[in-house]
Design a protein around this ligand. Structure first.
Ligand SMILES: [Zn+2]
Length: 93
């Protein structure tokens, strides 16, 4: 594996484009530990629940649901409003 870090995210259980993915855990350096957490989370999902869990590379960009369909370019700096590069988010992480 080329990935050194993983994160666990929520995804739509029904492949809905309107579903906004969220981070559950990140900077997981052991794929094995990640799998254990992932299985535990997935075991909580009941039939019909909107959310499923997935482990993806740390660098994977999340799908933001309906926000994907609007312009999220920052008017001040030109970066993505939800990205760390944006001037509004520079104090995060
Ligand atoms: Zn900005």
């Amino acid at each position: 594996m080329t990935n050194s870090e993983w994160k666990i995210i929520t995804v739509s259980n029904f492949d809905l484009e309107s579903y906004r993915q969220q981070t559950v855990a990140e900077h997981i350096t052991s794929e094995n530990y990640g799998e254990i957490m992932l299985k535990a989370l997935q075991s909580t999902v009941k039939e019909g629940d909107p959310t499923w869990f997935k482990m993806v590379p740390q660098s994977k960009r999340l799908w933001l649901g309906m926000e994907e369909f609007v312009d999220t370019t920052c008017e001040s700096c030109g970066a993505d409003l939800f990205g760390k590069e944006c001037c509004l988010n520079s104090n995060i992480g």
